[in-house]
Ligand binder design. Structure first.
Ligand SMILES: C[S@@+](CC[C@H](N)C(=O)[O-])C[C@H]1O[C@@H](n2cnc3c(N)ncnc32)[C@H](O)[C@@H]1O
Length: 260
């Protein structure tokens, strides 16, 4: 297996962290012996090549842009010692613990992203946003079902705190959506990442009642045909899955040979 293929197998955000570290490592190695411009280009190229293994285009940009952006910021504030920038990164890690990055970084649900969902799923009474961020998904759900009982869970403590303040009348917990039971909800909403979807489907089938819904913005459950899908120009797809009643065990035919 080629080294870049190996990188592609790493869990996000490891490829981004590696790309940023690689960019800076090349810079520190090259800057003392080369003129600044070629050293900078070599460092940016190292980050971009490693970042390319990051996966989808958005992740490639995040990983590849790390060195150029941070060197630009540091250059603009050259008199500050580098440890100041490490300190500045601490709030980011507090808001986004790495565990949450693995499922999805912060991308809010656009206000109108779920338009039309009510016509398909009817009137769910208890709705759960798994990984609710700042509560934009909850707000979009509230617009569709003003009377529903809404709940959300969020791994990042600051985001959970802010979401609870933004979404009055909605119960928001800080915790891990994978540990928290989903049972009792008529609809579970997710806006996570492609790799989380198989796990989310397995949990939904295990814990939700037949007739309940799993709804995912943008990312589909691999290998599982949706019950419906909302799509259109300028909008992200909404994948809608109805949890079916478990098939009853096939009746055993009793023939003459079965009598003992
Ligand atoms: C793409 S954002 C979506 C936020 C919100 N659902 C919305 O649509 O506006 C995904 C959120 O899931 C959170 N998250 C990721 N993994 C989680 C986990 N295991 N438990 C709880 N929240 C998680 C992230 O911190 C992030 O805020």
């Amino acid at each position: 297996m080629r080294p870049l293929d190996r990188l592609a197998g790493l869990r996000w955000p490891a490829p981004a962290l590696l790309a940023w570290v690689a960019g800076w490592a090349v810079w520190f190695a090259a800057a003392p012996i080369w003129p600044a411009l070629p050293a900078w280009i070599a460092a940016a190229a190292a980050g971009i090549v490693i970042g390319w293994a990051g996966g989808n285009p958005r992740r490639r940009v995040i990983a590849g842009a790390g060195f150029p952006l941070s060197s630009w910021v540091l250059g603009a504030a050259a008199p500050l010692p580098p440890w100041v920038w490490l300190l500045a990164a601490l709030p980011l890690f507090a808001a986004y613990p790495l565990r949450a990055w693995r499922d999805a970084p912060f991308f809010p649900t656009p206000a109108t992203a779920l338009q039309g969902l009510d016509a398909i799923v009817g009137r769910p009474r208890r709705i759960f946003d798994a990984g609710c961020g700042l509560g934009h998904g909850l707000a979009a759900l509230r617009r569709l079902w003003p009377q529903a009982e809404l709940q959300g869970i969020e791994w990042s403590a600051p985001l959970a705190w802010l979401a609870a303040r933004r979404c009055r009348g909605t119960r928001i917990e800080r915790g891990d959506m994978w540990q928290r039971p989903w049972a009792g909800h008529d609809l579970v909403y997710l806006f996570q990442r492609p790799e989380s979807m198989a796990r989310a489907w397995a949990k939904a089938v295990r814990e939700l009642e037949p007739g309940a819904w799993l709804v995912s913005l943008e990312f589909e459950v691999p290998g599982q045909p949706p019950s419906a899908r909302l799509d259109g120009p300028g909008r992200r797809p909404v994948w809608i899955y109805r949890i079916e009643r478990a098939a009853p065990p096939a009746p055993r035919s009793i023939g003459a040979g079965d009598c003992r």
